[in-house]
Design a protein around this ligand. Sequence first.
Ligand code: NAP
Length: 259
Amino acid sequence: VVLVGARLDSATYVRMKKRAAAEVGLHSVDVALAADATQRELLAEIERLNADASVHAILVQLPLPKHIDESAVLGAIRVEKDADGFSALNIGNLCLRGGDAPLALPCTPAGCVELIRRTGTAVAGKDAVVIGRSNIVGMPVAALLQAMDATVTVCHSRTVDMPRVVARADIVVAAIGRAEFVKAEWLKPGCVVIDVGINRKDAPERKAGYKLVGDVDYEGAARVASAITPVPGGVGPMTIAMLLFNTVNLARHARGLPP
Ligand code: NAP
């Protein structure tokens, strides 16, 4: 686990990931660099971990400080150790039909799809609407749902009349980072809603002064959807579970074992 700087949210995510790894008996190694560490220093650490045969998976906690080129850093991780599934080769293999399977899938998207699977929803032929098209969530979620034979529509900041698009969805995955943006009235009754967003909302009654909410108006949507993930406690824990899953698979791959 490579952490650069002292962002509180990143430190919390790293702590949660390490705790989960310890719970299932994975050994984790910390590399903590100061916020002003240079890109060269960070790349040297990644090279060291790349070369260490006792390390099966490398996670660089994002976001990195502004002066560091994120794609250069992610690109430096050997694909065989790509715990987050973000490498161009893994993403490429996810999007291509046929050919090699990715060695690891991006954790949050894989968690979303696992949650949908566990609802028992037959995905093939269903209309899925993914709101957001980021490299780490929206785009790979859309690719995964398409690989499961859903008919996928992707919405983003230039989409016109989003309520109309969302209204036909049997499956909605919201990943935009806007508090309670998706309204209950937009949803088709009985749809499955996966809420990826993590947003702060003022809550003066709370000691912290805020609470975490998703991209979907949970209270209203829960009355319309057949299944919906809460925030917090839904996609977040699944993301960590999929990180552990990737790590075990990469260790198996290193030993020549099937996933
Ligand atoms: P991001 O990189 O900021 O991407 C946001 C996407 O949403 C973009 O595609 C953007 O469109 C679109 N968008 C933004 N505002 C919009 C609007 N008003 N209408 C329509 N589309 C809009 O965000 P991200 O990294 O994908 O993360 C999304 C959310 O998920 C955040 O709240 C983040 O904290 C959360 N998240 C949670 C987990 C987890 O483990 N639970 C993991 C990762 C992220 P354009 O492409 O047109 O700009």
